[in-house]
Design a protein around this ligand. Structure first.
Ligand code: ADP
Ligand code: MG
Length: 237
């Protein structure tokens, strides 16, 4: 598979007062298209920073990030928004659904940036909700849904524009085990059936086993990359 996300010698620092914090230090990482990656590391190791950089939510200090065939540093403000809308779906720990909107209206939101009629938007949102198994809940508000259902609505919103890449930051961090497993199974299906490239930050070693590979990050440096499919084959599961 072609490379989906190529991180080349990326350095990212934050400045607070007169203190400079080097969060990512000349990081090199190449992620293959159609692969499900878990990203693990201690709190403060730079996981969220790396994820946000891959989605062009923040700027690097030096190096290069190439997603598909786009060099992110070449995009300016309005191009960035359009690029993001078409190419990446974001999933966050706290779901980030708008409470006053129904599930379907939440999923339709990112489609407002696409050149679609209101009817096409509605149909595309309904298809995404069907894919996550929640078409029968599309008129519900977030507070009328369980946490696991809210996260599945958020995943429907992330895939509504059919992006190639899904970036998820601790998507199961606020969920009980059973809800977490259903969200992880859904992510695995998006990878296997729709060939989405997924980068998922997680603290939970069990959540990471749903991914094909686990990338370890520590103090802004890349550690080992584990092949979870080989480990599963060895243990006979
Ligand atoms: P992780 O997701 O692995 O817990 P983060 O990427 O959120 O880590 O943060 C890495 C480090 O960068 C932390 O020390 C954090 O405090 C710092 N940091 C993150 N964002 C900012 C910011 N906007 N300004 C200053 N420091 C930040
Ligand atoms: Mg984080």
């Amino acid at each position: 598979m072609a490379t989906a996300i190529d991180i080349r010698s990326v350095t990212k620092t934050y400045t607070r007062g007169n203190e400079t914090l080097r969060v990512l230090d000349e990081l090199d990482l190449s992620m293959a298209g159609g692969t499900f990656y878990a990203l693990m590391g201690p709190s403060g190791s730079g996981k969220t920073t790396l994820l946000n950089l891959c989605g062009a939510l923040d700027h690097i200090d030096s190096g290069e990030i190439v997603v598909g065939d786009t060099h992110l540093e070449d995009l300016d403000g309005s191009e960035l928004a359009a690029w993001r809308a078409a190419h990446v779906g974001f999933v966050f720990q706290g779901f980030n659904l708008l409470p006053v909107l129904s599930a379907r209206e939440n999923v339709e939101l990112p489609l407002l940036l696409a050149p679609l009629s209101s009817r096409q938007r509605r149909e595309q949102a309904e298809r995404a909700l069907e894919l996550v198994g929640l078409k029968d809940r599309m008129k519900h508000r977030p507070k009328e849904l369980s946490g696991g259902q809210e996260q599945r609505v958020a995943i429907a919103r992330a895939i509504a524009c059919d992006p190639q890449v899904i970036l998820a930051d601790e998507p199961t961090g606020d969920l009980d085990r059973a809800s977490a497993d259903s969200v992880l199974e859904l992510m695995q299906r998006l990878n296997k059936e729709l060939q989405k490239t997924i980068l998922m930050v997680t603290h939970d070693p069990q959540a990471a086993t749903y991914a094909e590979k686990t990338i370890h990050l520590d103090k802004g440096k890349l550690g080992r990359i584990e092949d979870n499919t080989a480990a599963a084959a060895r243990s006979g599961s």
